[in-house]
Design a protein around this ligand. Sequence first.
Ligand SMILES: [Zn+2]
Ligand SMILES: [Zn+2]
Ligand SMILES: [Zn+2]
Length: 251
Amino acid sequence: MLMRLLGTGNAPQIPVFGCRCRSCGRARVDENFRRRPTSAEIQTATGRFLLDAGRTDLADWVDPETLSGVILTHYHMDHVAGLFHMRWGVCDPIPVYGPPDSQGADDLLDHPGCLDFSHHLIPYEATQLTEDLTVIPVPIKHSRLTFGYIVKGHRESLVYLSDCDGVGPESAQMIRDANPNAVIVDCSFPPETGRNHLSLDRAYALAEELQAPWLYLTHIGHDLSNYLLDHPLDPEGRLVLSHDGLTFHFD
Ligand SMILES: [Zn+2]
Ligand SMILES: [Zn+2]
Ligand SMILES: [Zn+2]
């Protein structure tokens, strides 16, 4: 099984439209420093899923024939924008798993096209999506109903928390009990700034709380990116900066 991060930027992404800061300038000349909107994919021997779908180019290259479904953390536009193109696909219905948020995003739920949004997940309840993939939604703190996910293969597990401004005690306990190999978490802002998303100091605190061996930061904003140019993460530490294309292999 593998999980690949397809987009590790926050809603403005990097480069930000019109911005001439160091991080945005670097991303304009070197593709490797781009951070696209939040999207990831999970591949197993028996299925392929998108985990969030914020990239607007997904319809260009995702093959509906091999797509088993889409798993959503929440319905903010930077996590679902790619679905607005995919929904008009000419293909069998594609199941979308996620929180029971009747508002959705814009007219997505009223005009779902080929996407089947009826697969509401229940907090803390394991759902087996394929023979070798189980997800457990854990509610996390954000500005609207949002699930993090414990993603389990046969033996190993990852935890995905984006968007996130902290985790309540019940979700934290469940994450610790899952003993994940890595936690991927929203960290949008430099220390002591921002809200509804983690800042760097709060990400350190969450790593302690979850007792995570590795905390991979995603949903990165350009202000945090600039801060990290001057204050790089300790290479021996638990926090790791993710990048578009980062792939976790497990099982
Ligand atoms: Zn910038
Ligand atoms: Zn959000
Ligand atoms: Zn977001």
